[in-house]
Design a protein. Structure first.
Ligand code: SF4
Ligand code: SF4
Length: 363
């Protein structure tokens, strides 16, 4: 990747709204959630999808919050398909019924990614903070199967459910999912507030890897399992977003364009709005998108490290959160001077017994 001229993004995450019937304590949405009045209009979103397709974006992921909270979801999906984008709906399923799913099918929706809050109603309704949510989700999964949407099941794993990973895999099979994303909780947004309630133990993280590997072998050709490992129990960081502003572009409900969903935590950067400036200009020319492209911004030990072309120094938002400097080495890295402190804190959180703090919309 050249620091001067990046390729266009491949995928757009369109966060249509922060509204959601659920209240998951690990939600990646920011603590300051946007109210409905600040959301972009249907026409503004449609224009953004047209611009995205024109500049070379291939996929759009309709996300939120719960994208089905927008009554114009079907119209936006239809438009995105019309301009040639592959459309994926990321949903909890709550807010969808058979009529809306049929309408989305007619609009050409290509794929559904359904989230799973737990393996039974007791756990799922507790984690999602929504009574009856599990039963409704199971009904939605059945309709998804009847219509024939290709399905990915997304399960956020943490201290309170890692020991039920086998059951999670079984549910993905029962639903007829093609892929299962076993995503260890990432501590951004509401999850950062819930570290002591959600941080898995080192032993859980180790066991999860063994379970995933065994299931991958057993289910080859039946179910693909993607695995996002536990950052805080790793020695090296993940190549976050494949490098800053290199493959993906996010648009928040108020139109702010970000290189990833947590980038707003880097307060030194100003993020332009998609309805105020052309998307192309934001992607190629804005200071925020160019801030961490290439390698010139790096400090030691990343600057002279042979792994920098593989992990790009890790996650900028995590560096900001823990080191207080978005250009620092991600403290997950064993070479970071803050790695020992990160491990100590993670172990303390993993041993703690804290209650869930639910995500709440402003009133
Ligand atoms: S993580 Fe939970 S609360 Fe957040 S958008 Fe998804 S379903 Fe809603
Ligand atoms: S020093 Fe930087 S580039 Fe090297 S492994 Fe650690 S995070 Fe990656």
């Amino acid at each position: 990747m050249s620091a001067l001229r990046p390729n266009p993004p491949m995928a757009m995450l369109a966060e249509l709204t922060h509204r959601c019937p659920l209240a998951c304590p690990y939600c990646s949405n920011p603590l300051e959630l946007e109210r409905k009045e600040r959301e972009l209009t249907t026409d503004e979103w449609k224009d953004i999808f047209s611009q995205a397709a024109e500049m070379g974006v291939l996929h759009v992921h309709f996300s939120g919050g719960e994208p089905a909270s927008r009554r114009d979801l079907e119209e936006m999906v239809a438009h995105a398909r019309d301009v040639g984008l592959y459309t994926n709906l990321i949903t909890s399923g709550i807010g969808l019924n058979k009529r809306r799913l049929d309408a989305l099918n007619e609009c050409g929706l290509d794929h559904v990614q359904l989230s799973l809050q737990g393996v039974d109603s007791e756990m799922a309704d507790w984690v999602g903070g929504y009574k009856g949510g599990f039963d409704r989700k199971m009904q939605v999964a059945e309709w998804i199967g009847e219509i024939g949407f290709p399905l990915t099941l997304n399960a956020v794993m943490h201290k309170k459910n890692f020991d039920r990973l086998d059951e999670t895999i079984a549910i993905a099979l029962d639903m007829g999912a093609r892929r299962l994303e076993v995503a260890t909780v990432q501590f951004h947004g509401w999850a950062a507030k819930n570290r002591a309630a959600l941080m898995p133990t080192r032993e859980q993280a180790k066991q999860a890897r063994l379970t995933v590997n065994a299931a991958r072998e057993r289910l080859e050709g039946v179910l693909v399992i993607d695995y996002v490992p536990a950052d805080h129990h790793s020695d090296y960081p993940k190549p976050c977003m494949g490098g800053w502003a290199s493959t993906g572009i996010n648009v928040a409900p108020d139109g702010a364009v970000l290189p990833c969903h947590a980038a707003h935590t880097i307060k030194s950067l100003t993020f332009d709005k998609a309805h105020e400036k052309p998307l192309k200009e934001i992607w190629y020319d804005s200071d925020a998108f160019n801030a961490f492209r290439g390698f010139d911004w790096m400090q030691e030990p990343c600057r002279s490290c042979e792994l920098k072309t593989k992990d790009f120094g890790g996650c900028r938002c995590q560096a900001m959160a823990i080191a207080g400097d978005a250009a620092a080495t991600d403290p997950v890295c064993i070479k970071s001077p803050l790695h020992g402190e990160l491990v100590r804190q993670a172990e303390a959180d993993a041993e703690a017994d804290a209650d869930l703090v639910y995500r709440v919309m402003p009133t």
